[in-house]
Ligand binder design. Structure first.
Ligand code: HPA
Length: 258
């Protein structure tokens, strides 16, 4: 038998989590639903479990990365924090897809807007993720992978966004984002070049999630709330973050169920 945590090779059969979990997740096999919402922040994971899931129970807390499983309008759904950055997101997404039978992950996070046409409180559905990380170059010499979401999830999110759009309220945008390894990225010329190419915002995880989903043959999407504006420095208050964030979670949950 293959060891539980060997690297996946080609068309190897799916591996189950060991009884004690994986290196970074303590849940038992079957502890996660096939559909998973992933915020960056563990406390936000708890809040999503409390407000969006019915009958949620905590299934893991390794390193304070909280995970819960319950149902969403009767359909089994889980939530697990990703932590910050592509490496952290990649670890949790890989273990969910590879060892827990998860089929779809929707990241629900925050992002900093680039163009003036995107405002704080708006929601961005990431139809592509550029990155300065190496995740898109790993699989093949000389090839840069296009890091993109599942079309089915993207289409469902777009449809739900139309239903969710409050009259005169925050808008929903669909387009590319930059997933950077750098939060303190003071590079106006880079921002200019990306903005000219239609990039809507900067965040730190979507590209990792999309790369892992592609590698594992699963589906992913990132739905981002604009928490701040990279150009103007405008930022949402902590209170505003919570209420604005709910719309992204509703869009992401609807996409997962599609
Ligand atoms: N940069 C990276 N990640 C972010 C930002 C940002 O400006 N805002 C929210 N997440």
């Amino acid at each position: 038998p293959r060891p539980a945590f060997a690297a996946a090779e080609g068309a190897s059969p799916p591996l189950a989590a060991a009884r004690t979990g994986t290196p970074h997740i303590a849940a038992r096999p079957g502890g996660f639903a096939p559909l998973v919402l992933m915020p960056g922040d563990p406390r936000r994971a708890r809040r999503i479990a409390e407000t969006f899931l019915e009958g949620a129970r905590q299934v893991t807390d390794v390193r304070g990365i909280l995970g819960y499983t319950g149902t969403h309008r009767g359909e089994p759904m889980s939530v697990l924090a990703s932590g910050m950055g592509i490496p952290s997101m990649s670890i949790y997404a890989t273990e969910l897809f590879r060892f827990y039978g998860v089929r779809r992950i929707a990241r629900v996070g925050t992002a900093g807007a680039l163009p003036a046409s995107v405002a704080v409180r708006d929601v961005i559905v990431a139809s592509a993720a550029h990155t300065d990380s190496g995740v898109g170059r790993l699989p093949a010499d000389g090839v840069t992978l296009s890091l993109a979401p599942s079309y089915r999830l993207l289409r469902a999110a777009a449809q739900e966004a139309v239903r969710e759009e409050p009259a005169g309220g925050a808008a929903t945008h669909i387009g590319p984002v930059l997933s950077s390894d750098h939060f303190y990225l003071d590079r106006p010329a880079l921002f200019d070049a990306l903005e000219r190419r239609g990039t809507l915002a900067v965040e730190m995880e979507a590209a990792g999630l999309y790369a892992v989903a592609a590698a594992e043959g699963c589906e992913a999407l990132a739905v981002l709330t604009v928490s701040d504006h990279v150009r103007t420095g405008e930022a949402l208050s902590a209170e505003d973050r919570e209420t604005c964030f709910d719309r992204a979670v509703r869009i992401a949950a609807a996409a997962l169920r599609a």
